[in-house]
Ligand binder design. Sequence first.
Ligand SMILES: C[S@@+](CC[C@H](N)C(=O)[O-])C[C@H]1O[C@@H](n2cnc3c(N)ncnc32)[C@H](O)[C@@H]1O
Length: 243
Amino acid sequence: MEALFRVDSRMLSGHECYLCPMMLPTIVHTADGSHTLLVPELNEHYHSTNGAIAESMHVFINAGLEAALPGKSHLRILEVGFGTGLNALLTLLHAPEIPINYTAIEPFPPDPLLIAQLNYPQLLAKAEAGTLYKSLMSAPENFVTKITEHFILIKKREQIQQINLESSTFDLVYFDAFAPDVQPELWETIVFKKIFDALAPGGILVTYSSKGLVKRNLHEAGFEVERLPGPAGKRHITRAVKR
Ligand SMILES: C[S@@+](CC[C@H](N)C(=O)[O-])C[C@H]1O[C@@H](n2cnc3c(N)ncnc32)[C@H](O)[C@@H]1O
């Protein structure tokens, strides 16, 4: 995988990777032509190398957003691991014009210099994608930002383990943390139980991982868990519902 752009340490503005202070992500191409970020020292990508946009569409939009929409006049979404903002951008471009409240948790936002190089707006071929992406990524933390008439964004620089979430305040959760092998503490039952409580009845959590331990922990937290077909290069993904 070719590294396209690497931020020099002199260009940093306090956004170093938390997992190792000296590690910096690089931009790489994935199989569908869309970029992702790679943390080289961990060999961990922000998205599937089989296609970043393809994966986000499959897991979060098709298995998550589309499943949560029926019967809803508004939607409250929580994203765990906002990262490059790709899931929020796709949600903006694919959701119908109903009010959406999008809360994004990201303790370690990628450097804006990297974000500015990502090719999502160009590839999504919608005239408004560039402007919307800039608005999403430049929105301040801890403020309610109106991105469009229908889409409200609240960014929080917090960790999912520490954040307080009110009960029954979300309809849909995009769980997009680094893999369970890399950050096992984010996939524990205690975290899923917090999310379960924060979901309204009927609420949905979707994630790209279908690891046995993840499904068991979701089940232990109270979810009804289903395994769905995965995107290219991945057999299964997981959807969990609060019945
Ligand atoms: C798989 S990547 C990001 C994917 C992101 N949704 C995207 O489309 O770019 C995982 C993200 O989780 C963030 N993260 C790390 N620790 C976290 C924590 N304790 N709570 C919430 N997010 C965390 C990372 O900084 C990273 O941005």
